[in-house]
Design a protein. Sequence first.
Length: 60
Amino acid sequence: MSQKKKFLLRIDPKLYETLEGWAADEFRSVNTHIEFLLREAARKTGRLPSRTQEKKEETD
């Protein structure tokens, strides 16, 4: 498994509270939920391959 990049994120406290509740609803940590949201946004805009494309590349 590859190492994860670490970085500091400064975020508005109200937004953090919102993310904290949202993450809890999804049974995720805030950190994991932020990563999930960013990954989904990147996929939707075509900046990151979809999961099916990633699996296809692994088998080729």
